[in-house]
Design a protein around this ligand. Structure first.
Ligand code: AP5
Ligand code: MG
Ligand code: ZN
Length: 216
């Protein structure tokens, strides 16, 4: 969890490699569908471009379809889901039916004054969704993804105006989920304003060695 630009996608890529679990980003799935002109992409596009949330019924079934895949049976990492009361309740229900426990909810705390700079400098891979930053995390070869070699571009929703809407949506709809997870003792709050590697080390420390599929 964390506001737009907190570093969810950046950290999720590393966590997924470290713990060998799939990284499931609802934002990445929507963007891939938009670029492939699928029915899902068409349904989601106008919401994403405006900085609003895609309706819960679309988002929830998309995530559960993905979680039913074989590669999720030994664990998974959700990035950008759940972000409403309805999504959170649906996830709880899905997991309890499957007999699966959430190990941790990682909250990346980043105050708003960092966000605009991160978002306007961000560049994203068109294929795998990896995030770069023109100053803080440039790709090795300009314009190409380090991981898969595809083109990296600026996201269409990374404008100042859309960002304002996304921050508001986060405050109103998603931030309250922090109070939902906190009493369960699984919320790990990590300072997201440090350097990318330091944030990653702090996340791994707080997850605790050996807790999740840790074979290293
Ligand atoms: P989504 O793609 O999830 O966007 P978001 O939540 O707004 O978050 P971002 O992806 O913008 O930021 P991030 O935290 O991943 O940061 P990143 O690592 O890239 O969702 C997009 C849209 O899809 C939503 O608005 C909504 O419409 C829809 N959607 C998605 N999920 C949904 C759901 N569950 N329900 C309904 N609708 C949904 O980093 C940002 C930048 O900062 C990068 O340039 C990076 O290089 C840089 N950076 C990262 N960490 C650091 C650091 N420590 N120091 C310096 N720079 C850093
Ligand atoms: Mg992201
Ligand atoms: Zn890539």
């Amino acid at each position: 969890m964390g506001p737009p630009g907190a570093g969810k996608g950046t950290q999720a890529k590393s966590i997924s490699l470290r713990y060998r679990i799939p990284h499931i980003s609802t934002g990445d799935i929507f963007r891939k569908n938009i670029s492939n002109n699928t029915t899902l992409g068409l349904a989601a596009k106008s919401y994403i471009d405006a900085g609003d949330l895609v309706p819960d019924n679309i988002t929830i079934s998309l995530v559960f379809d993905r979680l039913n895949n074989e590669d999720c049976k030994d664990g998974f990492l959700l990035d950008g889901f759940p972000r409403t009361v309805e999504q959170t309740a649906a996830l709880d229900n899905y997991l309890s039916v499957k007999g699966v426990q959430l190990d941790a909810v990682v909250l990346l705390s980043v105050p708003n004054e960092f966000i605009l700079d991160r978002m306007t400098g961000r560049r994203s891979c068109t294929l795998c969704g990896a995030s770069y930053h023109i100053r803080y995390n440039p790709p090795v070869v300009a314009g190409k993804c380090d991981i898969c070699g595809s083109d990296i571009i600026q996201r269409k929703d990374d404008t100042e105006e859309t960002l304002r809407e996304r921050l508001e949506v986060y405050e109103l709809q998603t931030r309250p989920m922090i109070d939902y997870y906190k009493p369960r003792g699984i919320l790990l709050e990590v300072n997201g304003t440090k350097g990318i590697n330091e944030v990653f080390e702090n996340i791994c420390d707080s997850l605790g060695a050996g807790k999740v599929n840790d074979n290293n």
